[in-house]
Write a new protein. Structure first.
Length: 106
């Protein structure tokens, strides 16, 4: 009987750890965003997409209203200076930045 209790207890602990990990993995990106590094303009993906921190400085940007903060791929909080972008996994882009994948937020 005691052995059964120990197994159950061990199982409960194992499941609790698993649930904690799942909860951590399921946190909204916005809660973890502050910990992400800022992408640099010389990042290979940034270069390929012609990303710049200041959209107004890009010679490739044709739409003067296009900024990361109003792009459908931007996941930063409204009003934040930096935020995650679907195209730059694990990094943040500048809310006033731009790249050539920009698409108006719906
Ligand atoms: Fe900015 Fe959108 Fe390009 Fe991401 S996809 S870097 S949010 S313009």
């Amino acid at each position: 009987m005691k052995r059964t209790f120990s197994r159950s207890r061990r199982s409960l602990l194992q499941n609790s750890c698993g649930l904690a990990a799942l909860a951590a993995a399921g946190l909204p990106a916005s809660l973890l965003a502050a910990d992400l590094p800022h992408v640099t303009e010389d990042d290979p993906t940034a270069k390929a997409l012609k990303y710049v921190h200041d959209a107004t400085k890009s010679p490739d940007r044709k739409d003067t209203e296009a900024f990361c903060h109003n792009c459908r791929y931007f996941k930063g909080k409204k009003g934040s200076d930096w935020g995650p972008c679907d195209l730059f996994a694990g990094k943040q882009v500048n809310a006033n930045g731009w790249c050539n994948v920009w698409a108006k937020k719906g």
